[in-house]
Design a binder for this molecule. Structure first.
Ligand code: NAG
Ligand code: NAG
Ligand code: NAG
Ligand code: NAG
Ligand code: NAG
Length: 953
């Protein structure tokens, strides 16, 4: 009993003792816990007061904002260590951390801010606030204890202060997303002291230098984020092999080159992003060792060779983006059911082969993009197992057979389906799609489907945003369109749609429709004609190459691109004048007649006006407004009369003016010479007359590439004074395959309108749908020019075509014509030229067509190079000419003094075109200008703006 009692007492004693001890301990602790230091408290309050707290200063929806507003002495809470976002050292009470991400701070910050009195700070996070474009205060460099500094996405700008490099204890620095920030020298100066750095995040800062090799020494580095930093030079390869590296993001530095090293299986890399860089070379097979990798992105770079299939089998890989490396080839491997892939993007690479059935194992896949590869065979039905897919793009391959019907039934999450530009066939019904309620973009263009409509289909297609069924074998407007209310883009072009456009189309997507494309069908008009079309937001209406008759349908004033080329339209309502937002109006090749509405010269946003080949008559509208955007005016092949209105010279942007084949009765429009952009001037086949006036000082046509005055009655001397100023004719552009186009680029819209020209060559007229940019042409033929050919013509060294035939020119052929080294066609026939053919012309190695017939030339025909290929008809009608190829012999004269041939020097790569002189000699003879003017093929217009807007979703 005693012992029991004793033990009881002892336990009780211990218990009391421990309570006492606990009470003493807590008392002593609380008396030890200091409140925050007065100076730091006031520094924090001043810091708070230096900003406005404004919610719109922080836009990060994931940010956890701290309640800085509650920092205050009121309510007796003077212990700043308990304030939201403030962290103190438990022993010293000093503020060591400020965590104020997304805390609505708005206003400037300078080095005099009280923040920099918090000398004990170890962690400073001010990310996602708005410092209103302040520079990063250089006194951040005084906070020598900092290990963590985050100023990302906080609207800092200016140069990063060099004092930051004093922070030698930093393990993490994040300055990303401050778009106005830049470094003055290279990164090395900033990071050289950061020997224990783990995270370096400088995304979107303008660094504009190579990546310093010293980064290879940062052995603690785990995260390196240098996206969009304008880095250039070679990326130090050993950075990839840093032992602790987990994230490397250096995308968006298009001038940064480098290659991938071998990777070891002990790598921790989880994220590797090299997209839109100039990284090149092969992908090492050892990339398959990166078993921790989640994200691999090198889209839009320059890798080549075959892709190691192990990449597809990385066990933790969720995102694989390797699109846009067009030299990367490979085929798809078998996929295993343990794959984690959610995103697989291979657009514009060179993958080939069949799609494996095992693709159905990628059950987490959300995004699949195979655009523009060489995949063949059929679409495996197992694809319908990928029920998470939202985005399925397989366009521009050579897939065949039919679309598995289960695809539409099972893929209920799809928002975008693009199977266009394949060889798919089979019978489709529009009510195959109904289960994909989320579908918003459906692109099936250019396949060979057969369409079937059930008699009483209920047409419950989802409400689409974009539908492209161009080149799809459609014979009638699909009925389901009646119920579409949200279509923004509808493309039914290049089908066999016949007869009238059904009247119910007027009710389709009235508010939503922006693009309506019905080109290249057999449509004759609207079933229920109304002058003004509905669709108040329609911006593009393309109806070209149909059989539309009657009166021109007038879209709403929202219209920007209205193209009705090649139809049978007869009349145009004055309501056209309401369309003041037009950028492009093309009514050419119709039957429009009557006078032109004067308003057409007054649309300030119009870039191109094309009315070629109609029956307009009367005078050309008088007012062409100052400030006009017009780059192209084509009024050719009508019956316009009277004078060219002088106000055309107000169109300061004009590059192309074609009024040929009308009945204009005027003198040479020298006043157009003020237009510094004018490249193409064609006034052929009119009643222009009189001598060409000597130009005044500013009327010089400096940019002229092509001038065609032929078939008029212009008299007097050739305008040598102009030749002095035709700068563009004197230079030979670098040979590239670019064409002259009227570029329309405005507000994110774009289209290129081809400039076209008709050239006569050896009596044949050829229409060229495109003009190569460097083509230079002078055609003054069939006028009444007299006097001599000025020597100055020989200074127009860029000329490809010179036609002075059918005039009354006399005197000698100037030997300076031998300087026109790029000329391909020269026609001086039907004049009164005297003397000999200058032997210098044998230096013209590109001359394929030459005609001096019907003049008064004498002496021997020079021989050598091209001259050996010309026939009789080049020289006939000159009684005094002799020698080959004419039958008349030259007697005893010794005329073999051809000039020394510059041929050996000249034949090199200087030739502007892709053919050598040999081809010329072998003789493409007649019509050789085709070498210059690729064309005549009426290439179906590609709607560049459309591709840009919708092609790369
Ligand atoms: C908050 O910021 C927004 C946008 O910067 C501004 O429009 C608004 O006036 C500001 N409010 C205050 C109270 O400063
Ligand atoms: C932000 O900067 C602008 C322009 O520098 C200045 O006008 C404005 O007063 C600044 N706002 C604040 C709150 O500092
Ligand atoms: C697709 O799913 C079906 C049933 O859900 C299953 O039997 C089939 O094996 C799957 N196919 C593939 C390739 O995953
Ligand atoms: C399109 O399909 C039809 C049969 O459905 C076939 O006769 C025709 O040859 C195909 N056209 C092309 C270009 O493949
Ligand atoms: C051109 O106009 C002038 C004067 O107005 C007139 O004399 C001449 O006959 C006209 N020429 C033609 C071809 O119409």
């Amino acid at each position: 009993m005693d012992t029991y009692l004793y033990r009881f007492m002892f336990v009780r004693f211990l218990f009391l003792l421990s309570i006492l001890f606990f009470v003493l301990l807590t008392a002593s602790l609380s008396s030890l816990q200091p409140l925050c230091h007065d100076d730091e408290r006031s520094a924090l309050l001043q810091f708070k007061d230096s900003f406005i707290l404004n919610k719109s200063a922080s836009d990060n929806p994931f940010g956890y904002s701290k309640d800085v507003a509650s920092w205050s002495l009121e309510g007796g809470n003077s212990d700043c260590c308990s304030w939201d976002g403030v962290e103190c050292n438990e022993e010293t009470g000093h503020v060591i951390g400020l965590e104020l991400t997304s805390s609505f701070l708005y206003g400037s910050i300078t080095s005099s801010n009280s923040l920099f009195r918090l000398r004990q700070l170890e962690r400073l996070n001010l990310a996602h606030n708005n410092f209103n474009g302040s520079q990063i205060p250089f006194r951040v460099g005084d906070l020598l204890r900092l290990t963590y500094l985050n100023l990302s996405y906080s609207v800092f700008s200016g140069q990063i202060p060099s004092e930051l490099s004093h922070l030698s204890k930093l393990s993490s620095i994040d300055l990303s997303g401050n778009y106005g920030l830049y470094t003055l020298s290279d990164l090395n100066n900033l990071v050289q002291n950061f020997t224990t750095l783990e995270d370096l995040l400088l995304t979107d800062i303008n660094i504009s230098s190579p990546v310093p090799k010293s980064l290879e020494n940062l052995s603690s580095l785990t995260t390196l984020n240098l996206e969009n930093c304008e880095l250039h030079g070679e990326f130090p390869t050993r950075i990839f092999q840093l032992p602790n590296l987990r994230e490397l993001r250096i995308g968006g530095n298009s001038n940064l080159t480098g290659h991938l090293p071998e990777f070891h299986s002990n790598s921790f890399l989880e994220v590797l992003e090299l997209d839109y860089t100039s990284f090149y070379g092969k992908l090492p097979t050892s990339i398959g060792n990166l078993s921790s990798l989640h994200v691999l992105n090198f889209g839009g770079s320059r890798f080549s060779g075959s892709i190691p299939t192990r990449i597809f089998q990385l066990p933790n890989l969720r995102e694989l983006r390797i699109g846009g490396n067009s030299n990367l080839t490979g085929h798809l491997p078998e996929f295993h059911s343990n794959s984690s892939l959610e995103v697989l993007v291979l657009y514009e690479t060179s993958f080939y082969g069949k799609l494996p059935t095992s693709i159905g194992n990628l059950r987490f896949l959300r995004v699949l993009d195979f655009l523009d590869n060489h995949f063949s065979g059929s679409i495996p039905p197992s694809l319908s197992n990928l029920t998470q897919l939202t985005y399925l793009v397989m366009s521009k391959n050579t897939l065949t057979s039919h679309i598995p019907s289960s695809l539409f039934a099972n893929l209920t999450q799809l928002t975008l389906l693009d199977l266009s530009y394949n060889n798919l066939s089979g019978t489709l019904e529009f009510d195959m799609f109904p289960k994909t309620k989320s579908l918003s973009v459906l692109l099936l263009s250019s396949n060979n489907f057969t369409w079937q409509t059930k008699a009483n289909s209920n047409d419950t297609l989802p409400q689409l945003d974009t539908l492209r069924l161009d080149s799809c074998n459609l014979h009638k407007f699909p009925d389901f369109l009646r119920n579409q209310n949200k279509l923004s883009v509808l493309d039914l072009s290049s089908n066999n749609l016949q007869g009238p456009i059904p009247k119910w189309l007027y009710n389709t997507s009235i508010e939503a429709l922006h693009f309506l494309i019905l080109s290249d069908n057999l449509l004759i008009g609207f079933e229920q004609y109304q002058v003004v079309l509905p669709w108040p937001n329609l911006e593009s209406l393309l109806l070209e190459r149909n059989m539309l008759q009657g009166s021109l349908p007038i879209p709403q004033p929202s219209i920007k691109f209205y193209i009705v080329q090649r139809n049978l339209i007869r009349e145009m309502s004055p309501l056209i004048c309401n369309l003041s937002s037009l950028y492009e109006l093309d009514l050419s090749y119709n039957n429009l007649s009557g006078k032109l509405h004067p308003c057409l010269g007054n649309f300030s946003s119009l870039f191109t006006l094309q009315l070629r080949r109609n029956n307009f008559h009367g005078t050309i509208p008088k007012t062409w407004a100052m400030g006009s955007s017009l780059k192209m005016i084509d009024l050719s092949e009508n019956q316009f009369q009277g004078q060219l209105p002088r106000s055309l010279a107000n169109c300061m942007m004009l590059e192309y003016l074609h009024v040929g084949n009308n009945q204009i009765n005027d003198t040479f429009p020298f006043w157009l010479g003020t237009l510094s952009q004018l490249k193409v001037l064609i006034i052929r086949s009119n009643a222009f007359h009189g001598a060409i006036k000597i130009p005044e000082i500013n009327y010089t046509f400096p940019e002229l590439h092509i001038i065609d005055l032929s078939h008029n009655s212009i008299s007097g001397n050739l305008p040598a004074e102009y030749f002095l100023h035709w700068i563009a004719m004197k230079v030979v552009g670098p040979h590239n395959s670019s064409y002259m186009v009227g570029e329309i680029h405005i507000d994110g819209w774009g289209d290129n309108v081809d400039y076209t020209v008709t050239l006569a060559n050896k009596g044949r007229k050829l229409d060229y749908e495109k003009i190569q940019d460097e083509l230079r042409v002078i055609d003054f033929s069939c006028n009444q020019f007299e006097g001599e050919i000025p020597e100055l013509v020989g200074s127009l060294k860029g000329l490809h075509v010179l036609n002075l035939s059918n005039n009354a020119l006399n005197g000698h052929i100037p030997s300076s014509l031998g300087n026109l080294a790029h000329i391909e066609s020269m026609d001086l026939s039907q004049n009164k030229l005297l003397g000999e053919i200058p032997p210098q012309l044998t230096q013209l190695f590109f001359l394929a067509s030459f005609n001096v017939s019907n003049n008064c030339l004498t002496g021997p025909i020079p021989h050598g190079s091209q001259f050996d290929t010309f026939q009789n008809n080049s020289f006939g009608g000159n009684p005094g000419l002799c020698g080959n190829p004419l039958s008349k012999k030259c007697g005893d004269f010794n005329y073999t003094q051809n000039p020394p041939s510059p041929f050996e020097n000249n034949r090199s790569s200087e030739s502007p075109f892709d053919f050598g002189w040999k081809v010329v000699v072998i003789g493409y003879g007649c019509g050789f200008v085709i070498g210059v003017v690729i064309g005549q093929t009426v290439i179906a217009r590609k709607y560049d703006w459309f591709v840009r807007t919708f092609g790369k979703m």
